[in-house]
Design a binder for this molecule. Structure first.
Ligand SMILES: Cc1cc2nc3c(=O)[nH]c(=O)nc-3n(C[C@H](O)[C@H](O)[C@H](O)COP(=O)(O)O)c2cc1C
Length: 252
């Protein structure tokens, strides 16, 4: 995988919500299919698949209408939502780096026959196609994101955490917080308020996978190895209002 290209895309990508509804050329769709085979998983024990579906195979409740959708299915094991975010964000960056527009869509699902046929459960999807609006930001200041100080108390890991700061999230909620030491980053997610909790907890866990995807791509770019562990002390020292996701070990 060309992680250098994906890394550069992190600093300019944006959600695309206007598409030319003409299907992409076969050659482009083949390139997308091939790339699906090359994706890295976060939690190897969780079975999943990505299908490319057309607009008529999707019940889309949002105004974002696209010719194609990358639809993520998974078995519902521990960590499957974070795994889905991690895997599908690689596609978001791949599409953007190839001039194809994309947008995460939380408010859509495949048609009933497709759901019935699938052995794995539907999780989330990405709309994609030929963009009818600019797909890149011209400047980093165009990202509406929290400053680094609001998402971490770690100083000195900016090269890894700045790409994470720019990650997309549902309703741009940026639910992440990072605490740590050199080379050991504990990852936490905000607890949704009771009323919103069912819906938000699902998308927030996907968001956390997206953030971990940006962290992994940054680590690759700086030629560092990244390992995910579940660390007992970090589980016990959870900041108020958050829950624990994982600990990332960065090796030089
Ligand atoms: C899990 C998830 C679900 C999302 N669902 C929708 C959606 O249903 N409709 C939409 O227009 N945007 C959706 N988005 C896009 C976010 O609103 C967008 O990523 C965020 O506002 C940041 O903007 P950016 O992607 O342009 O950087 C979703 C994003 C994520 C990560």
């Amino acid at each position: 995988m060309d992680t250098q290209n994906l890394y550069n895309t992190i600093f300019k990508r944006k959600s695309v919500r206007k598409y030319d509804l003409t299907p992409l050329p076969e050659a482009d769709l083949s390139k997308v299919s091939e790339h699906i085979q090359a994706l890295k998983t976060l939690i190897p024990g969780v079975r999943s698949k990505i299908d490319i579906l057309s607009s008529r195979e999707i019940k889309n409740l949002t105004p974002v209408k696209a010719p194609h959708y990358l639809v993520f299915f998974s078995e519902e094991k521990d960590g499957f939502l974070t795994n889905a975010g991690f895997i599908l964000q690689q596609m978001d960056l791949f599409l953007s780096s190839n001039g194809i527009g994309s947008c995460w869509i939380g408010m859509a699902k495949p048609q009933r026959e497709i759901l019935k046929k699938s052995e794995l459960d539907f999780v989330i999807m990405l709309a994609f196609g030929k963009p009818k609006e600019p797909i890149y930001r011209k400047d980093i200041w165009e990202f509406k994101r929290k400053p680094l100080e609001e998402i971490t108390n770690i100083s000195g890991s900016n090269e890894l955490l700045e790409p994470v700061r720019l990650a997309p999230s549902a309703t741009n909620s940026q639910p992440w917080y990072f605490i740590g030491e050199d080379n050991k980053i504990h990852v936490y997610c905000i607890k949704a308020k009771a009323l919103k909790s069912v819906l938000y907890e699902k998308v927030n866990k996907i968001d956390m996978g997206i953030a971990l995807c940006h962290l992994w791509i940054a680590a690759e770019y700086f030629q560092k190895n990244m390992d995910i562990i579940y660390d007992d002390p970090a589980r016990k020292a959870i900041p108020a209002g958050y829950f624990y996701i994982a600990t990332v070990i960065i090796e030089q």
